[in-house]
Design a protein around this ligand. Structure first.
Ligand SMILES: [Zn+2]
Ligand SMILES: [Zn+2]
Length: 245
């Protein structure tokens, strides 16, 4: 698929390993896949406690055991956390401080979140976004958990948090109003100059760096590449306040 984007997406920062309980690759397999895709960086962001089959919090406390570079690909330590009904998250301190970044996501069902209505859903999400370790929101596109997108985008701008265009959700848009909602928040991100990232949400090494459907969507609306965080490693590092040690 030909892309109009001038700047290639060079980091995949929303990816899962076997530690998520329903994903099928190791960090090394994902890193090798990232290298083969020509990425410069891989963020590993397994599901936090709450989702069936995930690891205990100590897993996230020990991610620094993974080398900072595998197969020439920079490795970043993250988590895909779960917003809860009271606006807290299922993985908290001291674990979050040991990570490079927190991604907050709404995951429904008995594990994590029940719809509280648009006002409370939005308040809860903004509370999670205000956490200094939160730099990303995964797939805020599911209409079963309605959000006031104008408030969410303004919070994204205020707190320096990027909203995701989730490639898997664009490719398989069975969630309620998913594509419509993505277009709504991208339009607001354009208006308010709020940051965005594209994530593969890979649950298998073969899905690492799969951005094609999201890129086509962004190209289709002529989205400003300057607002996309994962098309430059320098931009990504500065966004999360990463200092190489
Ligand atoms: Zn998710
Ligand atoms: Zn995910």
């Amino acid at each position: 698929m030909a892309s109009d984007m001038k700047n290639k997406l060079v980091l995949d920062i929303h990816t899962h390993t076997i530690a998520s309980g329903h994903a099928y690759g190791t960090v090394r397999e994902n890193a090798l896949a990232a290298k083969e895709k020509g990425l410069v960086g891989l963020g590993t962001s397994d599901h936090a406690p709450g989702i069936p089959g995930v690891c205990d919090p100590i897993y996230f406390g020990n991610l620094h055991a993974i080398p900072r570079t595998l197969y020439g690909v920079s490795i970043y330590y993250g988590v895909e956390n779960n917003m809860q009904n009271d606006g807290s998250m299922t993985l908290g301190e001291p674990f979050l401080s040991r990570l490079d970044y927190n991604i907050v996501g709404i995951h429904g069902g008995p594990c994590c979140y029940e719809d509280q209505g648009i006002v409370k859903n939005t308040d809860n999400l903004i509370r999670c976004m205000a956490n200094p370790k939160t730099f990303f929101v995964s797939h805020p596109d599911d209409g079963w958990f309605p959000l006031d997108y104008e408030s969410v985008v303004l919070a994204a701008k205020e707190y320096g948090v990027a909203l995701e265009v989730n490639n898997a959700h664009v490719k398989h848009p069975w969630r309620k109003d998913c594509l419509k909602n993505i277009h709504t928040y991208l339009e607001l991100c354009t208006r308010y100059k709020a940051p965005v990232f594209v994530g593969s949400d890979a649950h298998d090494p073969s899905q690492i760096g799969q951005f094609e459907e999201a890129i086509a969507l962004l190209d289709g609306i002529g989205f400003d590449e300057g607002l996309i965080i994962n098309n430059s490693e320098e931009k990504f590092r500065s966004f999360i306040g990463f200092e190489s040690k």
